[in-house]
Design a protein around this ligand. Structure first.
Ligand SMILES: NC(=O)c1ccc[n+]([C@@H]2O[C@H](COP(=O)([O-])OP(=O)(O)OC[C@H]3O[C@@H](n4cnc5c(N)ncnc54)[C@H](OP(=O)(O)O)[C@@H]3O)[C@@H](O)[C@H]2O)c1
Length: 245
């Protein structure tokens, strides 16, 4: 069995991949930085004594994606699992005055993921098997003034994955939407977050692994975010717009 990780540099991805590694799966780490995927592939192959290799992909370089997937499938014809973690939080304030920042947030979290997913979907649909797992976010459940650029891109991604899941279900292909809450990673360093609900990448990685092998549809991680977001979605708009969230 083999796992492709798109976003080789993410601690959440490493944590999820470590469970596949313990099970002896082959892992392909793909990312945009020249050294990083290589570094993690070497580390995992030594630590877990498994086959690992590095590949290079930029989520924003859409024209390169078709060849990336074609080449990858030649090298790994029996690709079983794909975990897509491409993400960019960006800066909300900057995005409001500089559309380049807004564009990068939207494209990294949405367009780049969709581009790769469609290529994988076509292949898995033909084979009638495969698993695609994508990290969205609880931020996509309701737009907040403090990060609605990022949240709206994740909301679009969640809706896209819902449709893709329905399309691929009849072909036996599973699509998992992962919705983490606050996670302690470089993406959130320095952000004011209520400590009690900040999870470690290891904890979130375990939820992701379980969701993938159990072929779940949507996973909130940790689980209590399902209820937190239920409450947040239930707040009437006339109150919500007055909250400093
Ligand atoms: N941390 C949280 O609290 C939290 C909460 C909810 C959802 N999430 C989501 O979880 C996922 C992983 O995030 P993380 O917390 O582990 O943060 P992270 O370390 O910043 O991970 C983001 C990943 O996306 C990659 N990436 C960004 N732009 C890219 C591009 N153009 N091409 C290829 N790769 C690109 C990054 O690679 P580089 O290192 O090369 O930039 C990195 O591997 C993201 O989708 C994020 O939105 C995180």
């Amino acid at each position: 069995m083999s796992l492709l990780v798109l976003g080789a540099n993410s601690l959440i991805a490493h944590a999820a991949a470590s469970h596949f590694a313990e099970g002896g799966h082959e892992i392909i780490f793909a990312g945009r930085k020249q050294d990083e995927p290589e570094k993690y592939a070497n580390d995992f192959s030594i630590r877990y004594k498994i086959n690992c290799r590095a590949e290079y992909i930029d989520a924003l370089d859409y024209p390169s994606h078709k060849k990336f997937i074609e080449d990858l499938l030649v090298k790994t014809p029996e690709l079983d699992y794909v975990l897509i973690v491409f993400g960019y939080l960006g800066t909300q304030d900057k995005a409001q005055i500089d559309f380049n920042e807004a564009h990068r947030i939207i494209d990294t979290n949405y367009t780049g993921v969709v581009s790769v997913c469609e290529l994988l979907a076509a292949e898995f649909e033909t084979r009638k098997k495969g698993n695609i797992a994508v990290i969205s976010s609880v931020a996509g459940d309701r737009g907040r003034q403090s990060n609605y650029m990022y949240g709206s891109a994740k909301a679009g991604l969640t809706a896209y994955l819902s449709g893709l899941r329905s399309r691929l279900a009849k072909s036996g292909v599973n699509v998992l939407t992962i919705k983490p809450g606050f996670v302690n990673t470089p993406m959130t360093y320095g952000m004011p977050m209520p400590k009690i609900i900040v999870a470690s990448p290891e904890k979130v990685g375990k939820y992701i692994y379980k969701g993938m092998v159990k072929r779940k549809s949507v996973v909130y991680t940790p689980f209590y975010w399902r209820w937190i977001m239920f409450i947040i979605r239930s707040i009437p708009e006339f109150i919500f717009k007055k909250l400093k969230l």
